[in-house]
Design a protein around this ligand. Sequence first.
Ligand code: ATP
Ligand code: MG
Length: 274
Amino acid sequence: MSTHERHTPLLSVRDITKRFGSFTALDGVSLDIRAGTTVSLVGESGSGKSTLARVVVGLESPDDGSVRHRGETVRGRRARQAFRRGVGMVFQDPYESIDPRFTLSEVVAEPLRAHGMYGPDGRERVRELLESVGMGSVDADSYPNRLSGGQRQRVCIARALATGPDLLVCDEPTSALDVSVQAQILNLLMTLQQERGLAYLFITHDLDVVRRISDEVHVLYRGSVVEHGPATEVIGAPREAYTQRLLGAVLADSPRHRRIGGPPLLSGPAGTAR
Ligand SMILES: Nc1ncnc2c1ncn2[C@@H]1O[C@H](COP(=O)(O)OP(=O)(O)OP(=O)(O)O)[C@@H](O)[C@H]1O
Ligand SMILES: [Mg+2]
């Protein structure tokens, strides 16, 4: 690795502004993610976390600002296509994000086909991907209808990894899952990070998750980053009054949820068991 590569962030987001009509959802947001590290995004509901995630992976185009991947500005058709191979996304609801009409192997193969990467070894690659997320024993030609939420999220992670990305954007990937399954999915993501040197942009409302996985934390408030830094500093000794209030509200909450911003998503003690 050259000195240049070591110092160039894997992903560099600069001055992103995104408006929906007259409403400014993101107002000049910048952040860097170094290879193999995890940057968490926290903030109350509506602060712009998902919008930023969608801009980063190219599902929304910003009104202003730029995204650079490995030092190259993602602009133009070819650059965008190359970038899409290099970044995967995992969404909150694994029920919504898998089309029930497709078999598991079709779901996982979809990005390979979209990028012209499904060759003679395609089936074998899909099998390896399913194995890498702990789904090696399921019938790849079966349909997702019998799978639990956790199993579906594993399939979504396999699909996100299909093209061999170096960055995964995870938008609350565990918050729709049963509490007992959340830790398993989080452990899987951490194992995959170690094995593959993945970087994560990770959105969560769960303070314990932020503590466990993050190298850096960015705090969003009404579309702006109000504080960012090493996780130990931002969580342990927040400098900004807003972050203090945000985290203070969590600590005052029941220790079971420790949810950052907004009302708890999981209502019963067993969560949304499904
Ligand atoms: N497609 C859209 N059209 C109009 N407004 C939108 C659109 N997408 C998001 N918004 C608005 O932008 C703001 C930020 O939304 P966003 O989904 O990014 O918030 P969030 O931080 O992810 O919230 P949550 O924690 O609830 O998921 C919200 O006020 C939302 O209503
Ligand atoms: Mg969101």
